[in-house]
Write a protein that binds this ligand. Structure first.
Ligand SMILES: Nc1ncnc2c1ncn2[C@@H]1O[C@H](COP(=O)(O)OP(=O)(O)OP(=O)(O)O)[C@@H](O)[C@H]1O
Ligand SMILES: N[C@@H](CCC(=O)O)C(=O)O
Ligand SMILES: N[C@@H](CS)C(=O)O
Length: 527
């Protein structure tokens, strides 16, 4: 264990500081497709009873009109975060009629591209901008890939923790600088070690054959309707899923916030020839916001993002440059189709210990070798993480994946223990033990369990997923929300619809000018 980590553990373990680790914040975004009772993409509009996708802070849509996104507040106790997510699911199920929430990350059998509905946010300028952005994504990546659903785990340490470390370590700079430097260090370590999360929580070893739209691939045929890889953990995070070649060269430098925001700023301001050829308009209609490598910073599909809550109308880069990093968004987690919400408290407790390790451990700057090792290790584990004897690259040398995984869990154990000491229970150490069991026996991983369940029931990916979706629907519908909770969600839906209507009625200025000034806002940023 690094000297720095040792010192930090000792400092945070002091009685006066122990309560700090009860004040981490956790927010979860869970995406899921709405499907028909036959497990096909719902073609119905976003249910009005769920409110406005533009303004409802808890229930919105991601890429498609049929791709729901549930968002919890940021809470100190992940059990409360998950309880909040549970309530959103129960409310949603009370308004879905005979539709289901698709249980896994990889999509249900999809209609033709042109029949996948892009999410619609109304006629306000921001609503139209979100729609045109999605038209641009269709053009650049295809709508099919954009129907993949994920879990985004948002995490922060208490702001009071950073000055404590800063003083102890004699950092020269402001509290805000130290906080940003520390979160960027977390992200560098996350790049080094997040292959472990793919092994432990990856749950997309298979997909519906139609997903590839006839493209060439290296997958194997499991049955006439299912493609898979026998040792895959997360095809969603492979080059077939939520990655893209267009962004391959984009790996921004995570050595400091300024170079991170710089690389993103360049990407949203640099034309990309294939997109220039298409242009922003076809037959007088907007088809993409601009012809740059990224239309906006949201389009950079990284596994983790530094984040700062934005003010109304502010862009993510503006918020980061103006006020520094506030939390991280872990974006690489698959939805576990065996879990009604796709994630559970055991996973959350382990993620906290893992992220704390990434935050507090020594985090040298990433060299070219460590960068390419991180990328190749991640892709090896998503495609064949359960292969016996799999070797990864560490500091340019081969290392047995299982041995490295066990070593990492051993190094994370003191962080789990410190979190337990702070909370007064052993849930983090118990969660870590459950991960060690998966390292010892890969049949315990969710990706292995998906393939085992399909084999046991002799079912395709789609049949397995629909069965799980039906089971989760039953789980949520069997215990509807209490009347007062239901009423709160219905009120939220109503006020969100009214807020959207007001936005539209009070809209000023035309859309073209709005897009122009949105784009220009990037050029005005100086680090
Ligand atoms: N300080 C924080 N620490 C941890 N989580 C936070 C913090 N602040 C906000 N969050 C969480 O981050 C998530 C933000 O999700 P939201 O979809 O609202 O914003 P976004 O991810 O920036 O938007 P988009 O999905 O359009 O990119 C929420 O779950 C919220 O609870
Ligand atoms: N649907 C994507 C995320 C979409 C987005 O960028 O928010 C996922 O699978 O994680
Ligand atoms: N959420 C995804 C799809 S719209 C993005 O922002 O790019």
């Amino acid at each position: 264990m690094s000297e720095l980590l040792n010192r930090r553990l000792a400092l945070l373990g002091e009685r006066a500081n122990l309560s700090l680790l009860e004040q981490c914040l956790h927010g979860i975004e869970r995406e899921c497709l709405r499907v028909t009772s036959e497990g096909r993409l719902a073609q119905t509009p976003h249910p009005e009873a769920l409110g406005s996708a533009l303004t409802n802070e808890k229930i919105t849509t991601d890429y498609s009109e049929s791709l729901l996104e549930f968002i919890t507040p940021a809470l100190p106790d992940p059990a409360d975060t998950l309880a909040s997510l549970d309530k959103i699911h129960r409310f949603a199920y009370s308004k879905l009629g005979n539709e289901y929430l698709w249980s896994p990350s990889m999509p249900c059998p999809l209609p033709a591209e042109e029949d996948i509905p892009i999410a619609y946010y109304g006629t306000s300028n921001i609503g139209q901008l979100k729609y045109v952005y999605r038209k641009g994504l269709a053009l650049r990546y295809g709508k099919t890939m954009q129907c993949i659903a994920g879990i985004h785990y948002n995490f922060s340490l208490p702001e009071k923790l950073w000055p404590l470390l800063k003083e102890a370590e004699g950092f020269v700079g402001t509290d805000r600088d130290f906080q940003s430097v520390s979160y960027i260090a977390l992200i560098r370590n996350f790049r080094r070690y997040s292959w472990l999360l793919m092994y432990l929580f990856g749950a997309s070893p298979a997909l519906d054959a139609g997903f590839l739209r006839g493209r060439s691939h290296q997958l194997e045929q499991l049955d006439p309707d299912t493609l898979y890889l026998p040792y895959a953990t997360s095809l969603r995070m492979s080059d077939l899923g939520y990655q893209s070649n267009a962004q391959a060269g984009l790996t921004p430098c995570y050595n400091d916030l300024a170079s991170y925001t710089d690389s993103l700023r360049k990407a949203v301001a640099t034309p990309y020839a294939p997109y220039v050829e298409v242009g922003t308009h076809q037959d007088g209609e907007w088809v993409q916001l601009n012809t740059n490598i990224l239309q906006i910073e949201n389009e950079y599909y990284s596994n983790i993002r530094p984040k700062r809550v934005t003010y109304t109308g502010e862009r993510p880069i503006q918020a980061l440059v103006a006020r520094g990093i506030q939390y991280v968004e872990v974006r690489c987690l698959d939805i576990n189709p065996f879990l009604p919400m796709g994630i559970d408290l055991t996973e959350s407790r382990f993620l906290d210990a893992f992220l704390l390790y990434c935050a507090l451990n020594d985090s040298p700057l990433l060299t070219n070798t460590s960068c390419s090792n991180a990328t190749s290790n991640f892709l090896s584990v998503v495609k064949e993480g359960r292969r016996p004897g799999l070797q990864l690259q560490r500091d340019g040398q081969p290392v047995d994946m299982k041995s490295w995984a066990a070593e990492l869990l051993e190094q994370i154990a003191p962080l789990a223990a410190l979190l337990d000491q702070s909370h007064g229970f052993d849930a983090h150490s118990t969660a870590l033990d459950a991960q060690l069991a998966k390292v010892k026996d890969s049949s315990l991983t969710p990706s292995a369990q998906v393939l085992a369940a399909m084999a046991e029931h002799k079912e395709s990916f789609a049949q397995f997923s629909l069965r799980q979706s039906q089971a989760h629907a039953e789980f949520f519908r069997s215990e509807p929300l209490a009347a007062d909770e239901q009423a709160k969600f219905e009120e939220l839906a109503r006020t969100s619809l009214a807020a959207q209507a007001e936005l539209e009625q009070n809209e000023v200025g035309d859309f073209d000018v709005f897009v122009g000034s949105y784009q220009a806002s990037i050029l005005a940023i100086s680090n």
